[in-house]
Each structure stands twice: as structure tokens, then as C-alpha cells.
Design a protein around this ligand. Structure first.
Ligand SMILES: NC(=O)C1=CN([C@@H]2O[C@H](COP(=O)(O)OP(=O)(O)OC[C@H]3O[C@@H](n4cnc5c(N)ncnc54)[C@H](OP(=O)(O)O)[C@@H]3O)[C@@H](O)[C@H]2O)C=CC1
Ligand SMILES: O=C(O)C(=O)Cc1ccc(O)cc1
Length: 427
């Protein structure tokens, strides 16, 4: 084992995080990125004795025993086609991309048949401590012995292994990540369209709103390709995102039409299906936690909101027959927060009633909800059409709008994630 070396192709945020932790645990790491970044990487890792920065993926592939591709999901085929044939005889190969269908297809297409395939996916971003987070292991074409080797290497992350097939992985992450991101991306799109910075408006400060704002900014501060890849390339994700957009539209129409009874009936039915009384444990999140992380001044009294984004989430879980708690074992931090605030609303009958009353009686959210509905449908269409360029254009435009607040939001978001994860880790 001492002689086993680890290759990392793609030294972006995730690749570097892996390289630092794996090398610190004593493994020799051979790593590369695109040639334009070679020199900068050499400098950055000059002091890391166990990290050997190489000029390209051929050199990494031919000299490493476990090779991890940590490149953009949309580039996986092109990169594996280039370097896969150079893989060391008998090595094990895996990938870190967020969607496994294209990754596994690329491995099967381009890797020599003697090469084994054990893939992985850390279910968190590069700024989150991997300790205790889920790490998916996919034994696709490999002996048990090779899986043990990979687990031994990755054990330095301290994550919890979750064993899935590639297809199971994609199905679950469509239910958890893709639809969660669609909701937050739509919130950001609506705020930007209305030229709002929500932390400057009293009705968007405090409690559930803090989570909405911090998570939205966290997503827009990341790279577009991460979200585009896991939504567009995941065969299961389109349906989920489409259902979410449809639920948003239908609920908004009921609100606009003043159909109190129908709206109440639908929300209560969905709530009962997703949060059945006899299966519930403690709440994932509580007021003290929710109120602590605000980008703006907390108003003296909580301001009402109809929470269309949350009502639509439960409605689409119900329509799709998804039981969100079943996915907790392989959930990301953002998914846990999203489930946390949704549950917080649905398990508080007074708050839910206030939400329905606000939806019917209060006109002040109509403009925001209209933009939110447009946004949810627009994201869904860009995903359905497989429109990478269109996704990027919209994402980066909104990213620019929020960029000035990213440093503060990231700092607050990190604290919030840490606190919330401590509260939700055992569940
Ligand atoms: N960020 C996150 O929160 C998470 C991301 N992931 C997944 O991990 C993967 C990496 O993500 P992340 O690190 O954030 O993305 P980055 O964009 O930071 O890193 C990807 C790196 O791979 C490089 N690359 C592209 N082509 C090649 C090549 N031919 N040879 C060597 N390097 C190449 C890219 O260069 P260039 O920019 O020039 O293309 C880039 O530096 C993605 O598939 C993502 O979906 C998984 C979990 C969490
Ligand atoms: O927590 C989330 O959902 C994130 O946004 C971070 C993230 C992004 C991509 C992944 O493949 C895994 C985690």
C-alpha cells in the first residue's frame, strides 16, 4: 500500500481539496490541470512534498494507481478520451463529477478493459469540512479488493461512505440537489429581475428568509458548470425540475384567483403525504438557529410571507411520490437546509395557515411571485432543452448582480452551514 500513488486530473476547487487532504495523509499525489495553469499550480504546491504537479493527464495516468477525474461534468468525455488510454496497466479509475451517467459512459468508452472503475462523489462543496459528510462510492467495474483500496485512500476525508450504483446515485441527486438548486436559482433570478437585494427589505429578513438568502448567494457564488452539469446531464433531473416549475405555476394561479379552499386543500394534502404525523422526529431547524444569520437588521416583528417556493417544493415531492427523509443518508448541506425550512413551515400549523392567508389576502408579494414563477419555468426550459450556453448566460448575469455581497454572504453562509450541520448531523 505504501507505494500506491493517487492521480488527480483537474485541480480546480474539488481537485485541490482532495490533493491537500490525501497528500497530508501520507499518499503520493500526482496531479495536473490544463497546461495554462501548470506554472501557477507548481507554485501553489511548491511546499507540498507529497504533491507532484505534472504537465498533463497522460503523465498522471501512466504513473498513478488510483486516478480521479475532477473536471467539469460537460468535459468528462473529452478529457477521458484524451488521457484514459494512457492509464497505467491494472490501475483503478474514478471521477468526482456530480452526475454519473456521462462519467461512467466515458469510462466504459475510453478506458482499457484491464482498468477497474470505482467512482466517488463528495456530497458537499470544497469549502465544507468533509468530516461526517456523505461520500458516495460506486463499485462499477471492480473487485472488492480495489474498492477497499479506494476506501482506504479516501478515509482521510473522514466522510461517511454511501454505497450506490451510478443509476441510483443520479436518481437520488436529481431528487435532492437538482430540484433544490432550481428553487434557489429561481429566487435569485426573481430578486435580480425586481432589482432587489432581499436583505435590504424588511419582509425578507429573519428566520426562513435568512436561509433562502444565504443559500441563494452561496449557489450564485459558485461556478455555473457545477449546477448546469448536475441538472442538464442527469437523466432524472429534468422531470423533477419541470414538476417544480409546474407546481409553482399552479399554486400561483390558485393564489391569484383567490381560491382559498382549493389552495388549502392542495397544500394540506401535499403536507400530509410528505410529512406524515406518525413518522416525524424532532424538527431539523429551530428559530434560534434560523434567526442568527442575517445579512440585514432583524425587524422587531416577523414579516409574513406566502412562501410560494416552499409550498411548491412540498407539492412537487407529493406529485412525484418523493419521501425527502429517505434521501438524508446522501444529502448535501444545502438539501438539508432546504428540507429543514420546508419542514419548519409545514410542521407549524399556525405558520402554515398564516402562509395560506397571506397567499390569498396579501397583494404585496404578487410582483415577486410573478417573477419567481417566470424564473422557475425559465430555468426548467433551459434544462429541458439541454441549453448549456443559455444556462451559463442566465447564471452569470445574476451572479454579477449579487457579486458585491459574496464575501459577506459566504462568511455568514459558512457559519450557518456549520451550525445547522451540527444540529442536523445525527438525523
Ligand atoms: N464545486 C462543488 O461544489 C462540487 C463539484 N463537484 C464536481 O467536481 C468536479 C470539479 O468541480 P470543481 O472543482 O468545483 O470545478 P473547477 O472548475 O474548479 O475545476 C475543474 C478543473 O478541471 C480543469 N480541466 C478541464 N479540462 C482539463 C484537462 N483536459 N486536463 C486537466 N484539467 C482539466 C479545469 O480547467 P478549465 O477551467 O480551464 O476548464 C478546472 O481547473 C465537477 O464535475 C463538479 O460537478 C462535486 C462536488 C462538489
Ligand atoms: O450542497 C449543495 O447542494 C451544493 O451546492 C454543493 C455541491 C455542488 C455539487 C455537488 O456535486 C455536491 C455539492
Amino acid at each position: 500500500m505504501a507505494d500506491v500513488s493517487v492521480g488527480i486530473i483537474g485541480m480546480g476547487d474539488m481537485g485541490k481539496m482532495y490533493a491537500r487532504r490525501i497528500s497530508a495523509a501520507g499518499w503520493r499525489v500526482n496531479a495536473c490541470d490544463v497546461p495554462e495553469k501548470h506554472e501557477a499550480l507548481m507554485e501553489e504546491f511548491a511546499d507540498s512534498a507529497n504533491v507532484n504537479i505534472m504537465p498533463n493527464g497522460h503523465l498522471v495516468s501512466r504513473s498513478s494507481d488510483y486516478i480521479i477525474y475532477s473536471v467539469e461534468a460537460k468535459k468528462i468525455d473529452e478529457v477521458v478520451a484524451k488521457f484514459g488510454p494512457s492509464t497505467k496497466l491494472g490501475a483503478v479509475v474514478g471521477g468526482q463529477t456530480s452526475c454519473k451517467a456521462p462519467e461512467i459512459a466515458a469510462f466504459e468508452r475510453h478506458l482499457p478493459t484491464d482498468v477497474q472503475i470505482v467512482s466517488c462523489h463528495s456530497l458537499h462543496g470544497p469549502g465544507v469540512n468533509p468530516h461526517g459528510q456523505p461520500l458516495v462510492i460506486i463499485q462499477h467495474r471492480a473487485s472488492n479488493e480495489s474498492v477497499e483500496r479506494v476506501k482506504k485512500i479516501l478515509s482521510c476525508l473522514g466522510s461517511n461512505y454511501v454505497y450506490l450504483s451510478a443509476a441510483e446515485h443520479d436518481r437520488i441527486t436529481a431528487d435532492t440537489q437538482a430540484v433544490t438548486h432550481a428553487a434557489f436559482l429561481s429566487m435569485g433570478a426573481a430578486w435580480a429581475a425586481n432589482k432587489q437585494f432581499p436583505w435590504e427589505i424588511a419582509r425578507y429578513i429573519g428566520g426562513i428568509e435568512n436561509v433562502k438568502i444565504n443559500v441563494t448567494l452561496r449557489i450564485y457564488a459558485n461556478k455555473w458548470h457545477v449546477y448546469a452539469g448536475l441538472a442538464i446531464l442527469n437523466p432524472s433531473a429534468q422531470q423533477q425540475i419541470k414538476q417544480y416549475a409546474q407546481s409553482v405555476t399552479e399554486l400561483f394561479k390558485l393564489m391569484l384567483g383567490g381560491h382559498r379552499e382549493e389552495l388549502t386543500q392542495r397544500i394540506k394534502t401535499a403536507g400530509a403525504a410528505v410529512f406524515p404525523e406518525d413518522t416525524l422526529g424532532d424538527l431539523l431547524l429551530r428559530d434560534e438557529v434560523l434567526d442568527r444569520f442575517s445579512l440585514g437588521e432583524l425587524p422587531p416583528e416577523r414579516v409574513r410571507n406566502n412562501h410560494l417556493s416552499l409550498l411548491a417544493m412540498v407539492d412537487s415531492w407529493w406529485k412525484l411520490g418523493i419521501v425527502p427523509y429517505r434521501h438524508q443518508i446522501c444529502s448535501t448541506p444545502l438539501y438539508r437546509m432546504w428540507l429543514g425550512i420546508t419542514e419548519y413551515l409545514f410542521r407549524n400549523p399556525e405558520l402554515l395557515q398564516e402562509c395560506i392567508d397571506t397567499a390569498i389576502d396579501d397583494n404585496t408579494f404578487r410582483a415577486d411571485d410573478l417573477e419567481f414563477t417566470f424564473a422557475a419555468r425559465d430555468w426548467s426550459e433551459r434544462v429541458s432543452f439541454g441549453n448549456m450556453d443559455g444556462y451559463r448566460e442566465k447564471f452569470e448575469q445574476i451572479q454579477q448582480y449579487f457579486a458585491p455581497r459574496f464575501p459577506e454572504a459566504t462568511r455568514l453562509g459558512n457559519e450557518m452551514i456549520k451550525t445547522i450541520l451540527e444540529k442536523t448531523r445525527e438525523t
